[in-house]
Design a protein around this ligand. Sequence first.
Ligand SMILES: [Zn+2]
Length: 115
Amino acid sequence: MHEMAVTEDILRIVTEHAERAGKAHITDIHLVIGDLASFVDDSIQFYFDMLSPGTLAEAATLHFHRIRTRFRCRKCGCEFEPEGYNWLCPQCHALGGDVIAGKEFYVESIEVKEG
Ligand SMILES: [Zn+2]
């Protein structure tokens, strides 16, 4: 379950920020996750609920912003969003290509409450 490790990372990052902001309490955490990053929202939520009590992020709301996978075809340069596991270029029907979006995983922003 790699979600547990990434949830610990998220928690460490956001509480460090909150501490620098004068131990403000975190109310909302915005996460960006690419479809290819293969993290399951529910698992991250599960570990967050388990790990966050007692931290500055306790009871914060997680917001998941999904980024769709995008490929650039190596043959014709066309950029496309694959439908499910159909990774054929819609123009020349070459398979796959270079991933230009979809592997993202980061904390986009946090919202805090003073004092
Ligand atoms: Zn193509």
